[in-house]
Design a protein around this ligand. Structure first.
Ligand code: PAF
Length: 289
C-alpha cells in the first residue's frame, strides 16, 4: 500500500490529471470515496476501507445540486472545508478532488443524465423525486473523472449503494463497489452530516430510530410482522418524530417481503425530526420456525 504524505487538492480536471498521472504510470490501484464534505468518523471509516482496498485514496468533496429537491436544503447543507482537509490528511488521503459546480457541470446541468430506474422511485426516491438520478449522474461523472478501481460507500445509505451497484453492473463501468458498515455515536445514532442540525432535544427524539431498529432485531425470531409491529410501536411512542417510511425488503432485490417470509431482511427507516430528514437501516434474519 502506498500512501502519499502530502495531500494534493485538485480543483480542475487538469489538476486532477496531474495529481493522478504518476500513480497511473506506476500502475497503482486507486480507490475513490465520494463525499459531499462535512466529514465525520463515518467518512473516516470509508477512507480506511479505501486504503485497505487500493494503493492510493482519492476523496471527492462536492455538494451536488442535482440531488437536492430544494434550493433551501442545498444551501443548508453544512460546508466545513478546512476541517474536511484535516480529516483527509489524518486518514492518509492522497488527493482531494473538489470541483466547483461550474467545473462539474459546464455550462449548467448536463443534457444527458443517469436514470435510477424503478428502484430510484421508491422509499427515499418517493420522498425525494429525482434524488437518485442526481446521485447516479454525479457518481458516474466522478467515476469518469477519477477512473477508480474501487469506490467506497456507507451502508447507512443502503438504497444508494444498491443503485450504484446496479448502475455499475448495467452500464459495465468496471468499478468495484465496497460498502462499509454504519458508524454510530455512543448513543446509537447513525453518524450523518445532518445530525449537527438537531438540538439536544431533537437528538434525544432521534434516538427512537436506533431503539426501534434494536426492537426490530429482537422481534426477528417471531417473523417480519413482529419486526414491523415492534418498530412501529417504538417509533410511535416518540411524538416529536414524523415517520416517513418503515419498510422490510429483501436485501438482494429491495422487493418488500411478504408475510411469512423467511430469510435475511433489510429494514429501512426514514424519519423527520425538527425538519431534518434522517435515515437508518439494519439487517435481521428470519429463520423457519
Ligand atoms: O452519499 C453522498 O454523500 C452523496 O450522495 C454522494 C455519493 C457523494 C453523491 O453526491
Amino acid at each position: 500500500m502506498t500512501l502519499s504524505s502530502e495531500l494534493v487538492v485538485a480543483r480542475t480536471r487538469e489538476e486532477l490529471a496531474v495529481a493522478l498521472a504518476g500513480q497511473r504510470a506506476a500502475g497503482l490501484r486507486v480507490a475513490l470515496v465520494p463525499t459531499m464534505g462535512a466529514l465525520h468518523d463515518g467518512h473516516q471509516a470509508l477512507m480506511r476501507a479505501a486504503a485497505e482496498n487500493a494503493d492510493l485514496v482519492v476523496v471527492s468533496i462536492f455538494v451536488n445540486p442535482l440531488q437536492f429537491g430544494s434550493l433551501d436544503d442545498l444551501e443548508r447543507y453544512p460546508r466545513t472545508w478546512e476541517a474536511d482537509l484535516e480529516v483527509c490528511r489524518g486518514a492518509g488521503v492522497a488527493v482531494v478532488w473538489a470541483p466547483s459546480v461550474d467545473v462539474m457541470y459546464p455550462p449548467g446541468e448536463p443534457e444527458v443524465t443517469v436514470s435510477a430506474g424503478l428502484l430510484g422511485t421508491v422509499f427515499e426516491g418517493a420522498s425525494r423525486p429525482g434524488h437518485f438520478d442526481g446521485v447516479l449522474t454525479v457518481v458516474a461523472k466522478l467515476f469518469g473523472q477519477v477512473r477508480p478501481d474501487v469506490a467506497v460507500f456507507g451502508a447507512k445509505d443502503a438504497q444508494q449503494v444498491a443503485l450504484v451497484r446496479q448502475m455499475v453492473g448495467d452500464l459495465e463501468l468496471g468499478v468495484r463497489i465496497v460498502s462499509v458498515d454504519t458508524v454510530r455515536a455512543n448513543d446509537g445514532l447513525a453518524l450523518s452530516s445532518r445530525n449537527d442540525r438537531l438540538t439536544s432535544a431533537g437528538r434525544a427524539v432521534a434516538l427512537a430510530v436506533p431503539q426501534a431498529l434494536a426492537a426490530g432485531r429482537a422481534a426477528a425470531p417471531s417473523g417480519p410482522d413482529a419486526v414491523r409491529t415492534a418498530m412501529t410501536s417504538a417509533l410511535d411512542a416518540e411524538p416529536g418524530l414524523v415517520l416517513d417510511y418503515l419498510t422490510l425488503v429483501d436485501p438482494a432485490t429491495f422487493a418488500e417481503v411478504p408475510p411469512g417470509y423467511v430469510g435475511p431482511i433489510l429494514v429501512l427507516v426514514a424519519v423527520v425530526v425538527e425538519g431534518t430528514r434522517l435515515i437508518d437501516n439494519t439487517t435481521v434474519t428470519v429463520t423457519d420456525r
